[in-house]
Design a protein around this ligand. Sequence first.
Ligand code: FAD
Length: 316
Amino acid sequence: MKVTEHLAKANGKTLFSIEVLPPQKGKTLDHLVSVIQPLMEFNPQFIDVTYHPEDVLYRKREDGLMEEVPLRKRPGTVGICAALKGKFGVDTVPHLVCIGFTKEETEDALFTLGYLGIDNVLLLKGDPAKSPAANIKNGYAYASDLVSQVALMNKGIFLHEETENEWKTDFCIGVAGYPEKHFEAPNLATDLKNLKRKVDAGADYVVTQFFFDNKYFFNFVAKAREAGINVPIIPGIKPLQTAKQLSILPSKFYIDLPEDLVSAVEKCKDEKQVRQVGIEWAIQQSKELKAAGVPCLHYYTMSRSEPTIAIAKAVF
Ligand code: FAD
């Protein structure tokens, strides 16, 4: 079922959904299954699975020089989505990215997803790739271009063709939004204009980058509505898990950490206490968002179940 159908069927009730990462190359699916299993109690309506382009590994050669080895650290998103849907009977949402893939490779993945009966895709530009080869392959500059491709596929028009085919895809299309603006955007208003491009190109809903201060989300939604973006906007929530994230999250994700959260973490004696602070913060955030009537709360699990279980127990 499509994400938008789940939201419509909920009749105003706030739904629960999660994002997981594919296992690292060479690892089994067992850990991922063990992460999802206990979360099934809270009835996730859909499970997002992230997508990862080629990266590089630096390896010492026999002659002592370093060589660059192309490596996809977390392959398998498409197959994992099919496996999880089969195992848990839950809709899965594969992420697809522009960086590192040609249009033809992406079309092939979309054909496979269509034939597998996957109803949703979250379309993204992708994180900047470390691999030069991945960057050269960049088929599209922006996620909106990928949205246009999928919108055409939904009409049965495939790459390098102009007429409709007998078979067509029927994907519900999600895209990313940034309550604190995307790091490349000069300001929030410009970023919202670009978000509107994605919606105008065919996006059906938006999932946001995580944030730790709900005021950013409420402001983002209000500004998005003013900008004519009328699709559902789902807040993404990430429980803080380590003290180190106080510096990693702002530098990597360009988000703000509220002073109260920072001082609560600074008072912690160990990482266990930090995790508890992170969980309690996410519970308060979630309760306020739910009371404000958000359509769904989407949790970035980072493939760890305990924090999300504790939050879901308190919120749902
Ligand atoms: P875009 O929508 O293309 O926007 C990128 C920037 O370009 C923005 O600043 C925007 O304002 C600007 N822009 C857009 N269109 C135009 C235009 N026509 N002209 C000028 N400027 C324009 N990364 C992964 O690699 N794998 C994942 O699985 C993944 N999952 C994610 C899930 C969520 C919910 C979120 C929020 C992010 C995820 N990311 C993932 C990270 C994402 O790929 C990066 O944040 C990336 O830098 C931007 O992606 P986007 O789709 O928002 O880009």
